[in-house]
Design a binder for this molecule. Sequence first.
Ligand code: COA
Length: 203
Amino acid sequence: MFIAESSSIKIRHLLVEDVYAMRDWGKHDDPLFYDYNFPKLNDMEVKEWFNIKTGRKSKKCYSILDNFNRTIGYLTIKDIKKFKKSATLGIVFDPNFINKGFGTETINLFLDYFFNKIRMRTMYLEVAKFNKRALRCYKKCGFEIIDEYKEKIDNDDIRIYNLDKYVDTEYFFLEDGDIYCFLYQMKIEHKKFCEMREALASE
Ligand SMILES: CC(C)(COP(=O)(O)OP(=O)(O)OC[C@H]1O[C@@H](n2cnc3c(N)ncnc32)[C@H](O)[C@@H]1OP(=O)(O)O)[C@@H](O)C(=O)NCCC(=O)NCCS
């Protein structure tokens, strides 16, 4: 039933019951993270959300459970390239469970499954420059920055979320009336993952 488990967490393919549980998750207070708050969904919308996350061949979604079998997070791999053996990671936790080491534990566990069980070669991800917690977590897991770029964001989001104070900082900038966010692309390859494992084992 679980694709991977450690002493503190378990990972399984997403079930619809996980999505029902996500409706009870906490909320981020920091407006920069409002987009990661789980949306208010009715029962039908829960099923739609589940279908969107699980209905494509190039995408897979997994839930993350703690020792009390609570659904504390989910992760996705998208842009799965069968021949290049690569995919792109996305990961979100219940705000009540962030900053407790679960992210690092989950990614390490999942990378082992990704590289050694399903024999993939490269994992990518994309992270906003402002997301220092995620960046730190990914670096601890061995991901390296390979690119930095900007992405246009919806000006309305900035106003709705009252993010004006961040415009023209290292995170967001204004150009011709449009607001852009700085992002990093990161990656880890199987070889780097093995090197990190060996270094840990010899400590
Ligand atoms: C990103 C996320 C998956 C990381 O998981 P997590 O369980 O919170 O991360 P961990 O506790 O394993 O590690 C976080 C690290 O960041 C550090 N950190 C936290 N806030 C930080 C900040 N503002 N600046 C720098 N480092 C910070 C922590 O101290 C810890 O490092 P340490 O172990 O060296 O002390 C989780 O926080 C999350 O779901 N966030 C909301 C959604 C999101 O941002 N998803 C990622 C989108 S790319």
